[in-house]
Design a protein around this ligand. Structure first.
Ligand code: PLP
Length: 430
């Protein structure tokens, strides 16, 4: 996407604002100018521009005062916004409004699901100390699991995936059947954020349900990209995040079956069924609801368009760099439509990223939350790739505003960029 041109409302608003009255710190001015002129944005899985409907819903409410917990008219109006947003999100995701717990984003939703359910299930039966998950989860899941193991005595088992990044269901079955009464919960992501592989959640639920084991899914990359129906999926908890689906940053939700006990992480005003205290962000929640409705409402058309762009990107890159390898699921229906993860033999992914950035093309070596930390991707390592392989891959991710021109610009740049990165690597080895 040509960010500067197509982020429509935001940029028009920014440009039309009387800039003389805003004193931007000089560093922020440079950063803003860079972002607005950055011509090719291929990192939508890290964060994607807000949908016009979400911008409209939010900006309308930003000047409106009212704490949704207050009893006066202003408070009741804010409460109405929150409850109508809850209903809208429930309609988009196939859950009940009462299942939606608003959070600050995906990371908080994952932490709440894992810690909250672990504590509640262990309190009910001290034998329940095992958590089954996968080696390819986002750090928003892996790190709370590590914390639970270190501080709370959780026994975390990370189950393997195959070469395409798909959970080994047989390994999960064996782990469950070994001692089902000791399993506190299972957590398997809906779609992987690096290679885009969809996970066999129906099989996970089929293994868990007979034993009454709750299933959590991190659906941060899935909602708005592939059809997600909470009730039909059979999962008990689901995390989503506004800024991945056309909503605002800093707003998300944990969908959690009302009947399930969850111990809160934060204590205070008792908002959100006492599971998540803290004053609700009415404008943000309205932006999230508008983004869910918009993205879910356009899902088929988006998916078709993004899959075609993705295929154009992969074919174009492989024509210029014939030894580039496309990572992830072989079956295109088992991938996120907007993600193309490619290995470029003989290159450092970080060098490629910087060389592309210098040409105005933004992409990622993996999850944005890890960017800057030069480590091989844990996802690719889990898929059986060696360190060299894992270090030489890039993720290009497309979004609602991506165009053929964006893809073609990448294809035009990638040849010389790969050549330079290969030379740099060869020099560093001599
Ligand atoms: N889970 C996945 C799969 C993600 O891709 C991300 C963000 O990259 C998160 C969780 C964290 O979400 P948030 O940025 O809203 O905290």
């Amino acid at each position: 996407m040509a960010v500067g041109l197509q982020q429509g409302a935001f940029h028009r608003a920014l440009r039309s604002t009387d800039q003389t009255r805003i004193v931007w710190p000089s560093r922020m001015r440079r950063t803003l100018a860079h972002a607005m002129n950055h011509p090719i944005y291929l990192d939508h899985a890290a964060t994607t521009p807000m949908a016009p409907a979400a911008i409209e819903a939010m900006t309308k409410l930003l000047p409106v005062v009212g704490n949704p917990s207050s009893l006066h008219a202003a408070g009741r109006a804010a409460r109405r916004v929150v409850e109508e947003s809850r209903e809208e999100i429930a309609a988009g995701l196939g859950c009940r409004p009462g299942d939606v717990v608003f959070t600050s984003g995906g990371t908080e939703a994952d932490n709440l699901a894992l810690k909250g359910v672990f504590w509640a299930r262990r309190d009910a039966d001290p034998r329940r100390v095992r958590i089954l998950s996968t080696t390819i989860e986002h750090h928003a899941v892996l790190d709370p699991l590590e914390w639970l193991a270190k501080h709370e005595g959780a026994q975390v088992e990370l189950l393997p995936v195959d070469r395409q990044g798909r959970l080994d269901v047989t390994a999960l079955r064996q782990a469950v059947e070994r001692e089902p009464e000791s399993v506190a919960l299972i957590s398997v992501m809906w779609a992987n954020n690096e290679v885009g592989t969809l996970q066999p959640l129906d099989e996970v639920v089929a293994l868990a349900q007979p034993h009454g084991i709750p299933v959590h899914t991190d659906a941060v990359q899935a909602v708005g990209s592939v059809p997600v129906d909470f009730a039909a999926s059979g999962v008990d908890l689901l995390a989503l995040s506004g800024h991945k689906l056309g909503g605002p940053v800093g707003v998300g939700a944990l969908v959690v079956r009302r009947e399930l006990s969850v111990v809160p992480l934060t204590h205070g005003g008792g908002q959100e069924r006492d599971i998540r205290s803290g004053t609700l962000n009415a404008a943000g929640v309205a932006g999230l609801a508008a983004a869910v409705t918009w993205s879910v409402g356009h899902i088929e058309e988006h998916a078709r368009r993004l899959a075609a762009l993705r295929d154009r990107l992969v074919a174009g890159v492989q024509q210029v760099v014939p030894d580039a390898i496309y990572n992830g699921a072989d079956d295109p229906d088992q991938r996120l439509p907007g993600v193309a993860h490619l290995k470029f033999p003989g290159c450092e992914g970080d060098s490629l990223l910087m060389l592309l950035d210098a040409r105005g093309i933004a992409c990622s070596t993996g999850s944005a939350c890890q960017a800057g930390v030069a480590q091989p991707s844990h996802v690719l390592l889990a898929m059986g790739c060696n360190e060299e392989y894992a270090r030489s891959s890039l993720r290009f991710s497309l979004g609602h505003a991506s165009t053929e021109a964006d893809v073609d610009a990448l294809v035009a740049a990638i040849g010389p960029v790969v050549e330079r990165a290969r030379k740099a690597m060869a020099v560093s080895r001599t």
